[in-house]
Ligand binder design. Structure first.
Ligand SMILES: [Zn+2]
Ligand SMILES: [Zn+2]
Ligand SMILES: [Zn+2]
Length: 447
């Protein structure tokens, strides 16, 4: 820390750091950018990291995961919020008239894999977890009843009453198959919307488009469920008026039907039976309205919040696990440990290799994307980032850091290479002081 503060390049370093927004694990790049005049061949401007502190340029890691880098995850969250919100009320190139299109907020849950401790509320009162007067005793001698009124932070929430009865294989296989189950749901939804409207699939394509933005969330028991915005547009997406038959009720009926109609199966392999998965019974379908019970702002905020979380909120690890890791030494509770162990056990079985359960054990089997959207939903994260990059480039030009050239007459040659990442312990402290971000030792702590 002292050597950094004494370094004659300190101010330059500090300005690099401010531009990373307090990234906890900035990427170090070494390289150059040259601007050449196409007509004369003259070198107009040259930037090289030679003159930067430590000879590198530090850029933000851009992770979406809050456990890895809070400030980059915050940027990702804000971008996701803008993207989801644009699809609800317009903005970012989407016309405001989109808010009049039929639009639902849908939650698709996973089925049950065994009785788990839960916290349920009714009229503001906490109900007993799983009270059964004539409770059975399971084959392992556990009474299948729990009369506790669990606190919101009880660590047993989501954990099974009897771990030996719990279907751990089913849980991780469901996670692995859930992206395919979602894909089948969207196809079934298109078919059902066409049927409800009295159209063929082809006729539907000529009249309307169904758009989605979805996010995966881990429930405490360690299975994913999906929250999705589902919208009906005219034939060319959000800018076109939906046909007269397109109502929220018609769409909601189609969602309920499609959600109950689809299954996805895992073939039989030695020692494991074939399985078929469907969505859980707790389907939630609500209409999104401006100023109503479920507002566009609430939905956009909700989706954006989950976009930055991963499985670590269930109490698993934020890194890959390999077959040689000693699971008993991991600082996690028994429930996620058993889910991880099940991924490692199933992942090496011949017929299940495609599911890549070993690589995704730390995600409890889920290898899908956390937030996805269909092409026509609204803008893209790439466009939002581009907009920000152009804004920052504009700033750099007006403050004299970058020359303003006509893009058609200037040839830009750039060459970059990766030169490491992260911060030294002293730098990390300075970064948190400079940017007002909380300081903690990350996984790349070089101590
Ligand atoms: Zn970062
Ligand atoms: Zn309980
Ligand atoms: Zn049992």
């Amino acid at each position: 820390m002292v050597s950094r503060l004494r370094d004659p390049h300190y101010e330059r370093w500090a300005s690099q750091i401010r531009r990373t927004g307090g990234c906890r694990q900035p990427i170090h790049l070494r390289g150059k950018v040259e601007h050449w005049d196409r007509a004369t061949g003259a070198l107009l401007h040259r930037y090289s990291t030679h003159l930067e502190p430590d000879g590198v340029l530090r850029v933000p890691c851009k992770t979406r995961r809050a456990s890895r880098c809070p400030s980059c995850a915050e940027t990702y969250r804000a971008d996701t919020y803008q993207l989801v919100r644009a699809g609800l009320v317009g903005g970012k190139g989407v016309p405001a008239s989109v808010s009049a299109h039929p639009c639902l907020f849908v939650t698709l849950t996973a089925p049950s894999f065994g009785t788990v401790h839960t916290r349920r509320e009714k009229n503001g009162k906490i109900l007993p977890c799983h009270a059964r007067r004539d409770a059975e005793t399971c084959p392992h001698g556990t009474m299948m009843s729990c009369t506790a009124r669990h606190g919101a932070d009880d660590s047993c929430l989501g954990e099974p009453l009897c771990p030996d009865c719990y279907d751990y294989a089913g849980s991780v296989l469901f996670n692995a198959m859930s992206p395919e189950l979602w894909r089948r749901f969207t196809e079934a939804l298109r078919r059902r919307v066409a049927k409800n409207a009295g159209l063929t699939q082809r006729e539907l394509r000529d009249q309307a488009v169904i758009s989605f933005a979805k996010v995966a969330e881990y429930q405490r028991r360690g299975v994913v469920h999906f929250h999705a915005v589902i919208r009906l547009d005219g034939p060319d997406g959000p800018a076109t008026t939906p046909p007269a038959w397109a109502t929220a009720d018609l769409l909601a009926d189609a969602v309920r039907h499609a959600a109950s109609a689809v299954t996805v199966s895992v073939p039989e392999v030695p020692d494991e039976p074939a399985r078929a998965f469907e969505w859980g019974a707790q389907l939630d379908v609500r209409q999104i309205t401006m100023g109503g019970e479920l507002t566009d702002q609430a939905v956009a905020g909700y989706i954006a919040k989950y976009a930055t979380k991963a499985a670590e909120c269930v109490g698993t690890l934020d890194r890959r696990i390999n077959l040689l890791d000693d699971l008993t030494a991991l600082p996690i509770r028994d429930h996620p440990r058993r889910l991880i162990a099940e991924c490692l056990r199933l992942g090496v079985l011949d017929g299940l290799a495609d599911l890549r359960l070993v690589q995704w054990a730390h995600m409890l089997g889920f290898r899908g994307h956390f937030s996805t959207k269909s092409r026509r939903y609204s803008t893209t994260l790439g466009d939002i980032r581009q907009e920000r990059a152009e804004y920052m480039r504009g700033e750099a030009v007006t403050t004299g850091r970058l020359p303003l050239f006509d893009e058609d007459t200037v040839l830009v040659i750039s060459h970059w290479e990766y030169a490491g990442k992260g911060l030294s312990a002293g730098d990390a402290l300075l970064v948190s002081a400079l940017t007002g971000t909380p300081h903690s030792w990350g996984p790349d702590d070089p101590r």
